[in-house]
Design a protein around this ligand. Sequence first.
Ligand code: SF4
Length: 293
Amino acid sequence: MHIERNNALVLAHYYAPPAVQAAADFVGDSFALAQQAVRSDKPVIVFCGVTFMGESVKILCPEKEVLLPVPDARCALAEMAAEQEILHIRETVEDLAVVVYVNSSARIKALADVVVTSANAVKVVSRLKEKNICFIPDKNLGAFVAAQLPEKNFILGHGYCPVHEGTTVSEVEASFAAHPGALLLAHAECPAAVRERAAFVGSTAGMIAFAEKSAAREFLVATEEGTLYELSRRCPGKAFFTTRADFVCADMKKVTKAALDAVFAGGGTRVEVEERTAEGARRALVRMLELAQ
Ligand code: SF4
């Protein structure tokens, strides 16, 4: 299929390679980009990210053609949620809300009462009337939310992002030693011991907003290194260092500029979500939007 660049909205996640971010119409986190797709009048969306992100756009914009430059760029965390686990908890726990992180497949979202992002999870869960919260799949984000809502009982999934889970306190300490006076910004998917050392914990977009407002000049960044491109662009004169030399999501890096260019030469993979699944997932996403207001 031949696609004119003028007919397409190109969206790139913060973790995409810098050349891809530079070529995109918008750069952001997965849900902010899905909202850009909803607002756009372009009939084609090219999403430079992993598969679940393309699915979220297709669920919210079923009438649009959604294309991924690379079909096998996948999120390991999104594949750690098990349908059987959710169904079992639903059968055995009363007064329960199933809360699913946006980093999950459409099939898992369709089983949720509500979806959350790392930016709005605390607010959304705090507004649920249920006492018991099944939070799936990210155990680190779940623990971060649970620590702020002691009035709820949490049943946490066992999933984790291998990229963020791998960061350690000793790496953070070595980074502080190299950059004394720097502030640590940590993604909520990081382990608790790293989150506890941070001046800010939250979403990638939240980390960028914190750095923009802060009077500090140096920051240690505990998230995927692609974020440094947007941090440097938005915060001229400030210095950013990842807490690890290889803070890289290999799947995000599969989405190269060459792969993006190939979409406009007839390439790309069309995203399809079966309608019944899309309907269930859409309901959980819309509930998130209502509760996050
Ligand atoms: S960084 Fe982690 S959560 Fe993000 S896409 Fe890669 S594996 Fe998934």
